[in-house]
Design a binder for this molecule. Sequence first.
Ligand SMILES: [Zn+2]
Length: 79
Amino acid sequence: MELTLADFVFYVLMGSFALVVLFTLVSRTLNARAEGRSLANRVICRLCLHAFEDSSHVETVDCPICGAMNEKGRSRRLG
Ligand SMILES: [Zn+2]
């Protein structure tokens, strides 16, 4: 099996393409994780529906707009 210059260039191009695809997938995965993290900190006020982010680890946060107390995460209570 002879490796010609054309074959060599072809393999290099394919390798570069594979690296780009791999890098893109990894980058997207990292971005998706970052979005998920910010969504976990997102609080939507139950009173005025203002959406804000709170990175503290307390269970209840006060809305910066109307001051209403909101529970972080999904509320399990109905109504
Ligand atoms: Zn509010």
